[in-house]
Ligand binder design. Sequence first.
Ligand SMILES: Cc1cc2nc3c(=O)[nH]c(=O)nc-3n(C[C@H](O)[C@H](O)[C@H](O)COP(=O)(O)OP(=O)(O)OC[C@H]3O[C@@H](n4cnc5c(N)ncnc54)[C@H](O)[C@@H]3O)c2cc1C
Length: 381
Amino acid sequence: MRILLVGAGLSGAVIARALAEAGHRATVIDARAHIAGNCHTERDAETGVLVHVYGPHIFHTDDEGVWAYVNRHARFRPYRNRVKSTAQGAVYSLPINLHTINQFFGRTMRPDEARRFIEAQADTSIADPRTFEEQALRFVGPDLYRAFFKGYTEKQWGCSPADLPASILKRLPVRFNYDDNYFFHRFQGMPEDGYTPVVASILDHPGIDVHLDTPFVSDMAARHDHVFWSGPLDGYFGYDLGRLGYRSLTFERFRATGDWQGCAVMNYGDPDVPFTRITEHKHFAPWETHEGSVLYREYSKACGADDTPYYPIRLVREKALLSQYVARAAGTGNVTFVGRLGTYRYLDMDVTIREALNAADAFLHAVQANARPPVFSADPA
Ligand SMILES: Cc1cc2nc3c(=O)[nH]c(=O)nc-3n(C[C@H](O)[C@H](O)[C@H](O)COP(=O)(O)OP(=O)(O)OC[C@H]3O[C@@H](n4cnc5c(N)ncnc54)[C@H](O)[C@@H]3O)c2cc1C
């Protein structure tokens, strides 16, 4: 069969590869001038630093199959994400751990003492937290909430934490030991030469053609037996029911000499600092040596028609609109909506790969059974 994959990110590449290996002909298009979608990395011409063009990406997973898959396409180096936060005139370790607590409150508590201390800070009058703010106050109390959650969340989401659902802060966001590894996953690492070579290797198959600088136009669908769409779900329908809400990011790029901030990611929690974080890209590849440095100041904003959609908002208004688009999608003939934009969900890279492998499998089974392939790679609701 002739299959069209819209988007040369991880979703499009992984599905194209699986279908090409099964003997189908896969054409991958992307509106951008490069492959790898939002995971794209490229070297800065002046400094040689490997830059995560659309923001920092760290690979972490518990999925052994996905870990084996990416390791077939690149050499991964061990990498632990250790984030710092500048707040109220000091630098702290994140996620909030025993070091953060002891430093913030000027104490030398052991784990059990700290647990009791934080419990005493928590606002126990909130029996059933409904909002993000209530949840945070219930978990950590007002001081840690103000320093590490309130300002950061306001900047990131453009609204008060009192207007966000409690579900965003699901678990107690505090560790009562000195573990500052941002992720819990068993497998964590960084591809030695960045993510774009990983995707290039996935796409490197005689059954796959790639066309960059090629936005989708509707008559392309008619020339193919099936379309996998990893662009925005609402974009497929020309946004004719309205736009699904996203937050977008702006990166203010600057260069420096030597080591500018001493770590890869520094968050800024204070409300009067307009950016959310600064990323120093050379620290994502500590095995490399560069005299110069490349940094991003990251600002969050509402996503306009000409902006890149990053984080789906998924509040009440968006969920209502989403269900209308889901109904529209069910009426399409030969399209499967995949990936983070096609299913309007935040997806980490490992989940993206797992869902793409499953989508390719489901497609191959449907073809064999002469049935309609699934409309979505995963339920957008
Ligand atoms: C700021 C940020 C940081 C992240 N950090 C991490 C992290 O640390 N770890 C992690 O595991 N995950 C991270 N992620 C998630 C990761 O980026 C996604 O899992 C991954 O990019 C999803 O791949 P995708 O192929 O579904 O989508 P994308 O990478 O967005 O690819 C979709 C592609 O479709 C193309 N396209 C869209 N519309 C059209 C059209 N009409 N015609 C042609 N082409 C089109 C786009 O140009 C794009 O290249 C992060 C995401 C963001 C936003």
